[in-house]
Design a protein around this ligand. Structure first.
Ligand code: IPE
Length: 240
């Protein structure tokens, strides 16, 4: 079982609101269609989610109780999700959407409660569930952002994933001289930069922190590495 995240910056032009990077999405969809294992896909927000989230002041810890704001973020993400699904369907992948807003909730402790019976059943019936960064109702905050990375962690634990992959715009975790680090086992192992574009959910350091807490080995790589990852190879950086 593989849990794969397609970073929002990979499949969209992160600096132009609601703009797809269509060639990149096509390459990602080609690779997913060639995967040799059971797969759950999560995609990020890129220029679809983050601009709306920033405009409405919504982040993982700080929410809005304005329904217009909630739907601005969620609607942009479901629009992107439909495009991702269509690209996968074009290649014969039996992809089905799973929207966290409909079933997830963030409790007072900030932890996301996300029932996954639908994901389990879809997998058992040979579908490929496709989740996405979203918003979810949150105690005392209205709705807050649910990041794709958070969903990856939740799915990896629940499904006891063998491998986790984050397809990013960089070829792995980079050291101070921009070389890919082969393995990261602690936050001290690399000089971790923050993402430069609008990103309400935390950059590379946040990703590595989340991945270090997982049992499954996680891999960070770019689009060039994605086909190799999906057939069992180890491009980029292993975080374990
Ligand atoms: C974005 O999810 C969620 C929203 C802003 C709604 P991610 O935080 O996982 O997206 P990327 O991959 O960084 O773009």
């Amino acid at each position: 079982m593989i849990v794969l995240k397609l970073g929002g910056s990979v499949i969209t032009d992160k600096d132009r609101p609601e703009t797809l990077d269509a060639p990149a999405l096509d390459r990602a969809a080609d690779a997913v269609a060639g995967a040799s294992d059971d797969l759950v896909v999560v995609h990020g927000g890129g220029s679809f989610g983050h601009h709306h989230a920033a405009a409405w002041g919504v982040s993982v810890d700080s929410g809005t109780d304005d329904v217009e704001g909630a739907l601005a973020v969620h609607g942009a993400m479901t629009t992107l999700n439909r495009v991702v699904l269509a690209r996968l369907h074009d290649r014969g992948v039996s992809a089905l959407p799973v929207h966290s807003l409909s079933v997830g909730a963030r409790n007072t402790d900030g932890v996301l409660d996300l029932p996954l019976a639908a994901v389990d059943r879809m997998l058992a019936e040979s579908f490929v569930p496709v989740l996405h960064g979203d918003v979810a109702a949150t105690a005392g905050e209205g709705v807050t952002v649910v990041s794709g990375d958070e969903l990856v962690a939740r799915l990896a634990r629940h499904l006891d994933a063998d491998r986790v992959g984050l397809c990013s715009t960089v070829p792995g975790v980079l050291d101070g001289e921009n070389r890919v680090v082969d393995r990261v086992s602690s936050l001290d192992d690399a000089a971790l930069g923050e993402s430069a574009s609008t990103d309400v959910t935390g950059g590379m350091a946040g990703k590595v922190r989340t991945l270090l807490e997982l049992d499954a080995p996680a891999h960070i790589f770019d689009l060039d590495g994605l086909p190799a990852f999906l057939v069992g190879e180890t491009p980029g950086t292993v975080v374990d």
